[in-house]
Design a protein. Structure first.
Lengths: 130, 767
């Protein structure tokens, strides 16, 4: 794993969604690491390098917001982009207030997602440099 | 000289015979001599000497008894000569000597084997000839009890004739215990004296307190007057008499005629007075005496005569039943062993055969009449019963709220209940029995499948192929038609046939259909509402595959745009898109099913499948609400007959209610558990929905399934009510309870379909 190459961490408990996102991002030229649950993601989060995470806000086992809490508590600054359902507006606002990079409604268009990823990676790079 | 010739020497034979001894007139009984003396050699000859004249009853009886024995022999070996010995009347010595000569002359050539001498004069006569005329004969003598015992005779045996005045008096006392006096009538001659005095002596000793009136010796006329004045309360004792005090011979019948003028009973031992007014006494039967003497004679004739033996003639206490009755003496007083004479023979004794036949005829007639009467009564009862049962049948027919017809085997209408006031259609007229010779099958000949079915089934019923029938069919008519419930019962009679009832159930049917439609509509509304509440979750659920499809499509586009294009990965993406679109389609299909407004259709369905479907449907919502769903589904669960969508609706309702109930619980304890099982014994399939909420308040438990009852702020309150209606429609039960471990348990039981089970094996899954 090259330290310099940014990685996109995708967290979604819906296998279909996880696989399709992973495929899209890889086809778009990103290095992608998929996680099917928040806990799995958190277990490895400490050693993540430059990148960002795309997290489904609405997961059964541990929700996106909980995941955000955990990262904040652990002092991990990896930027988060939340994917939300149509009815999760409140949660999305809360997430952004807590420092989330962005939130995007499902189904998400590549033309919206990819710039958001780039922006997030940029921000992470800035944070790491700073 | 024969002393018997003299009157004083004559002895009594018996008290009643005293009069007879008195006759000294010798009267040869030639007429009664069966064989002439010349032919007597071959036979043993017997001479019987009597003390009275032949022709007198006393004499006749003795002779008749004597002859009945001696002549009874199959081959009579003896010839009987009977002679009067004389002795009573004052005979001169000359007459006595003449008689002795006469006997000598008559019997000197005879060989008399046995000489019977009855009475003291006869005995004396016999004794006088003992050494002469009778020297070879055996002598049989008979003497009265109170007569001086005759001097012994060689080769002789005797018979003592008892005088029964004592026994007769005792009998009188037994019959009339309250008698205050006794009037005695004895003879007046000196021969009558000994028995009379012996009797009076006896009375003094036996009954000293009894007043004794002695009428002895009175001539009949005087006696008649005397006894007529006797007061009641006593009796008359009539001793046998020889003559009155004027030495006039007494006649038993004459005396009895005089005595019967009294108002008190007469008792006497005189044999011949019996039947002429004598109430009773110890009688000496002269006929029996004759028989006894006959027997003694025969014994002597055979050389078996016992020399010197003396017998006593038997006596018989007898009562004249008519006299007993006349004086009102109860028959119960008659001592045992006393013979009762002149009792009128019963009809039975007199006309046994006639009585038997008459009785039999009467009996048969009675039985015949009785049985005819019984038969008539029975027939009346049967007729009454028939009338009654006819009335009951009519009443029952009329009371049936429909048309009842009785059909024969060929469908001919035999009978109908005619309470349809104004039958309108031809059909009604036939059913009301208003059309003569109508046929049931004709009126159903409508051509429709339903009418054909009715004809087929009713025909099977009338022919006995089936015994009962229930059909519900719509019968169209110009005025709109009617739903008819047709019930039939086969008749087992000879002609076959059936009774068919038709009840118009149009109203009921409409109500049922309306209720079903209402339930359909309501349950639909409920489903729409439920899905509305679920819209957020459903949107999310639907979003997922859509999101995947979009990403995959864009990925594919990018992969194909690469140089070189990554065809392989692009193909994977396309395959995924197909899968995701199927996933979306499945969700849409389920949604459409739930939202569909359709009539319920009952089919064998699996409760497990309904649970799995709804659980899948609710998974997103459950996840959103942090409810963990636990399934514990039984293996081989039998199917139930229900509408799948409605069944799912019930499960959906119960699950959303359960999740609602756990809203306020901490996320860790929001467990929803669904259990299915089957009770093989009661053949019920059960679903339990267990939550870990606060449970149901006890005052709510009973009202949970009522319409518009709700504990939720924004609920319509129809959910559980509709659930109950749905479960009712499949003959199931729904109930609510609180679990001991906390939380509510809603359970649904539905009758299992026999021998059916879900083919898929059960699973236990956590979602």
């Amino acid at each position: 794993v090259k330290q310099s190459e940014p990685t996109v961490y995708v967290v979604d408990d819906d296998a279909d969604v996880l696989r399709s996102l992973t495929r899209l991002l890889r086809a778009s030229g990103y290095r992608v690491e998929p996680f099917s649950s928040a806990t799995e993601f958190l277990r490895q989060a400490a050693c993540f390098g430059l990148g960002c995470a795309i997290v489904d806000l609405h997961m059964t086992e541990m929700s996106g917001l909980s995941l955000q809490d955990c990262l904040l508590q652990a002092g991990i600054t990896l930027p988060l982009i939340f994917l939300t359902g149509s009815g999760d507006f409140q949660s999305s606002v809360q997430a952004v207030k807590r420092g989330a990079m962005d939130y995007l409604a499902k189904p998400v268009e590549a033309m919206n997602l990819l710039p958001a990823i780039d922006a997030a990676i940029q921000k992470h790079a800035t944070l790491m440099a700073g | 000289v024969y002393p018997g010739r003299h009157l004083s020497a004559v002895m009594f034979l018996g008290p009643s015979a005293t009069g007879l001894w008195a006759c000294l007139i010798a009267l040869p009984l030639t007429a009664q001599t069966p064989f002439p003396s010349s032919s007597g050699q071959a036979k043993h000859e017997v001479l019987i000497l009597l003390a009275d004249q032949p022709g007198r009853p006393f004499t006749d009886r003795i002779l008749s008894g004597f002859r009945s024995v001696t002549m009874r022999e199959r081959n009579p070996s003896v010839s009987v000569f009977a002679e009067y010995a004389g002795g009573y009347a004052d005979e001169s010595a000359e007459v006595a000597a003449e008689r002795a000569n006469w006997f000598e002359a008559k019997y000197k050539k005879h060989h008399l084997g046995v000489v019977v001498a009855v009475g003291a004069p006869s005995i004396e006569l016999a004794r006088s000839f003992r050494t002469g005329l009778f020297k070879d004969a055996f002598v049989v003598w008979a003497a009265g009890e109170f007569e001086p015992r005759p001097a012994p005779i060689e080769r002789a045996s005797g018979l003592i004739l008892p005088v029964n005045s004592f026994g007769t008096f005792k009998l009188a006392q037994q019959l009339m215990p309250g008698a205050t006096y006794v009037a005695v009538y004895g003879g007046g001659s000196k021969f009558d004296q000994p028995p009379r005095e012996r009797f009076l002596e006896f009375l003094r000793a036996e009954a000293p307190d009894l007043r004794v009136l002695d009428f002895s010796g009175m001539p009949p006329d005087e006696l008649k007057n005397k006894v007529a004045q006797l007061p009641p309360g006593g009796s008359i004792q009539y001793l046998a008499t020889l003559a009155d005090r004027n030495d006039r011979p007494t006649d038993t019948f004459e005396i009895m005629s005089a005595l019967s003028q009294s108002r008190v009973p007469v008792f006497s031992y005189e044999d011949m007075s019996m039947g002429s007014g004598n109430l009773g006494g110890e009688l000496l039967s002269w006929t029996d005496v004759g028989r006894t003497l006959g027997n003694m004679t025969l014994r002597a004739d055979r050389g078996k005569g016992v020399n010197g033996s003396v017998e006593t003639a038997p006596r018989t206490a007898s009562i004249d039943w008519r006299q007993l009755n006349k004086f009102g003496i109860p028959e119960g007083r008659v001592p045992p062993g006393v013979q009762i004479l002149y009792r009128p023979p019963s009809l039975w004794a007199e006309h046994r055969v006639a009585v038997t036949l008459s009785a039999l005829a009467l009996l048969i007639q009675t039985l015949l009449i009785g049985s005819l009467l019984a038969e008539r009564a029975r027939r009346r009862v049967v007729q009454a019963e028939a009338r009654e049962s006819e009335a009951v049948a009519s009443a029952m027919l009329t009371s049936v709220p429909g048309y009842v017809v009785m059909l024969d085997r060929d469908g001919k209408v035999l009978r109908a209940n005619d309470h349809i006031v104004a039958p309108e259609s031809e059909f009604e007229k036939v059913l009301a029995g208003a059309v003569p010779d109508s046929n049931y099958f004709d009126v159903w000949n409508l051509g429709s499948d339903d009418s054909k079915r009715v004809i087929t089934e009713v025909r099977r019923l009338t022919t006995g192929e089936i015994n009962e029938l229930t059909l519900v069919k719509f019968r169209p008519s110009p005025t709109g038609g009617a739903w008819l419930e047709i019930r039939g019962e086969h008749l087992d009679g000879g002609r076959g046939g059936a009774v068919v009832t038709h009840v118009d159930i149009t109203d009921r049917k409409r109500a049922e259909m309306k209720a079903a439609a209402d339930l359909d509509a309501l349950s639909h509304l409920d489903r729409v509402a439920a899905l509305g509440e679920l819209s957020a979750s459903l949107a999310h659920e639907l979003n997922q595959p859509l999101a995947g499809m979009l990403s995959n499509a864009e990925a594919a586009e990018k992969l194909l745009a690469l140089t070189p294009p990554d065809i392989s990965e692009a193909r994977e993406a396309v395959i995924d898109i197909a899968g995701e679109s199927r996933r979306a389609f499945a969700i849409i299909t389920k949604l459409r099913q739930m939202l569909k407004k359709e009539q319920a259709s009952f089919e064998p369905v699996s409760l497990n499948e309904a649970v799995r479907d709804v659980t899948g449907f609710l998974a997103a919502d459950a996840a959103r609400r942090h409810v963990k769903i636990d399934l514990d589904l039984a293996r081989d669960l039998p199917l139930v007959l229900a509408d799948m969508v409605q069944l799912q609706q019930v499960v959906l309702n119960l699950m959303t209610n359960a999740m609602d109930a756990m809203e306020t619980q901490s996320e860790e304890t929001r467990n929803l558990r669904l259990v299915t099982c089957c009770d093989r014994r009661s053949k019920l399939v059960e679903l339990q929905v267990r939550d870990q909420g606060p449970g149901i308040a006890s005052d709510q438990l009973g009202r949970l399934f009522e319409p518009f009852h709700t504990t939720k702020r924004n609920g319509l309150g129809m959910g559980l009510s509709i659930c109950r209606s749905i479960i009712d429609s499949v003959k199931g039960k729904i109930r609510a309870a609180n679990s001991p471990e906390g939380g509510a348990v809603l359970s649904v039981t539905i009758p299992a379909l026999a021998e059916t089970a879900e083919p898929v094996s059960a699973e236990r899954a956590a979602l």
